[in-house]
Design a protein around this ligand. Structure first.
Ligand code: AMP
Ligand code: GLY
Length: 421
């Protein structure tokens, strides 16, 4: 198949690597890509957030399947445009992508579908927000309504800080004040063809910048999959996945279908497992980053087959996706100053040597250059991904590989998946 992957991060590199590993002779194209993706796919001149650019390229070049990585092209209507022209695309249209684009939309859909989530109130003014904060009590959770690149949420015991956060976003629209939910977080991905869903293996993301979950919220500093502790709580991973499929994924997919905006793509359920049960904290309309980097290397079923079935509405004909019993750990290498003010343009070294560690590969997030002359071009620079028979082995491999990579001022967490060793 001729497959075009849109996006430029480690998630898209992971998608490209998974497609390449099928050994099916796919012709892999990517836009805009990065220096790592360029080694595994042909970079093509397409503006990934422009529906006309993507659609005309796909038609002119007989692309069989377009896979949309990030949210921006979804919100821009790239999937709608492709679908109108009959081109198979994995990614929801603009309307269904509001599940990620607007927290108010997501809350409304969850309410209509009776999906368990935190209680929430909308504040349109400073006084509204203050009243909602007092109603729910500390710790306070305040969220911007729209896409905010991971910066829209504050969780704090400091009422003044919660109010100040709300004041930053109030000029652009209402903010959400939510009840605080306590428990471990799980990212669970569902492939959806608008009607049928197929769950992938659960993963956990580390959102804070520093060890011990200290420091600022980031786009994600590492991840691991599967989550062995789910079995202690739910009997088995399968039981957990079945519960979330029945209580979260299917009700949401059916509700969106009923509203005439079917969700075709990746439904990412961000969950907190509270003592009172599973609660949705957020939905995303795309693969998670960095969780994808640990989920896909464990996927045994060919990815292209699953994504094509979702795009074509034939997921019901596919069995449950199969996963290897190996575990996977990824650790993100970030630039100095990330997330507040990343320093970019610095030279990278040792990536080839890192990739020589058994079970390890490197997914590029923000790199430019060719051959051994690579530079970091963003906050999250690359992901070291290690697969192994158990977490002790996978972690040792990941950190061995990371130690071989040079980036002045670069930083990473040292406790990814430590508690499951
Ligand atoms: P979100 O952008 O909605 O995923 O929120 C970012 C992070 O904030 C989540 O991964 C949680 O760690 C935290 N968070 C969001 N909502 C809540 C909540 N209601 N209670 C506790 N933590 C939350
Ligand atoms: N891992 C968090 C996200 O993809 O939004």
């Amino acid at each position: 198949m001729k497959i075009l992957v849109l996006g430029s991060g480690a998630r898209e590199h992971a998608l490209v690597l998974a497609l390449k590993s099928e050994d099916a002779g796919h012709e892999l194209l990517a836009a805009p890509g990065n220096a790592g993706i360029a080694r595994d796919a042909a970079i093509v001149a397409v503006d990934a957030v422009d529906p006309v650019s993507v659609t005309s390229y796909a038609i002119a070049n007989n692309v069989d399947l377009v896979i949309i990585g990030p949210e921006a092209p979804l919100i821009a209507g790239v999937a709608d445009s492709l679908r109108e022209r009959g081109i198979p695309v994995f990614g929801p249209g603009r309307a269904a992508a509001q599940l990620e684009g607007s927290k108010a939309f997501a809350k409304r859909v969850m309410e209509a579908a009776s999906v368990p989530t935190g209680r929430a109130a909308y504040g349109r003014t400073h006084a509204d927000v203050a009243a909602a904060l007092d109603e729910f009590g500390a710790p306070y959770v305040v969220k911007a309504d729209g896409l905010a690149a991971g910066k829209g949420v504050i969780v704090t015991d400091d009422r003044e800080a919660a109010l100040a956060h709300a004041d930053t976003y109030l000029p652009t629209g209402p903010v959400l004040v939510e009840e605080f939910l306590s428990g471990p977080e799980v990212s669970l991905f569902f492939l959806s063809d608008g009607d049928t869903v197929r769950a992938l293996s659960p993963a956990q993301d580390f959102k804070r910048a520093l060890d011990g979950d200290a420091g600022s919220n980031t786009g994600g500093m590492g991840a691991y999959s599967p989550l062995p502790w789910l079995s202690e709580r739910f009997g088995s991973e399968e039981a957990f996945v079945a519960e979330v499929t029945e209580t979260v994924a299917l009700p949401v997919i059916r509700q969106l279908d009923k509203e005439g905006t079917p969700f075709i793509g990746l439904l990412y359920a961000g969950l907190i497992l509270t003592d009172a049960g599973v609660r949705v904290i957020e939905f995303n309309a795309r693969f998670g980053d960095p969780e994808t980097q640990v989920v896909l290397p464990r996927l045994v079923t060919p990815l292209s087959r699953l994504l094509m079935a979702a795009a074509n509405g034939t997921l019901e004909d596919e069995g449950q996706p199969e996963f290897s019993s190996d575990v996977a750990v990824t650790v993100v290498l970030a630039s100095e100053g990330y997330p507040e003010a990343p320093v970019t343009g610095r030279a990278l070294s040792g990536i080839a040597s890192a990739g020589e560690v058994e079970g390890v590969h490197v997914a590029h997030a923000a790199t430019a250059g060719t051959g051994d002359e690579l530079t970091a071009t963003g906050g999250r620079v690359l992901n070291v991904v290690a697969v192994g028979p158990d977490f002790r082995t996978a972690r040792a491999r990941a950190y061995d590989a990371l130690g071989r990579i040079g980036l002045e001022g670069g930083h990473h967490r040292s406790d990814i998946a430590a508690r499951v060793e």
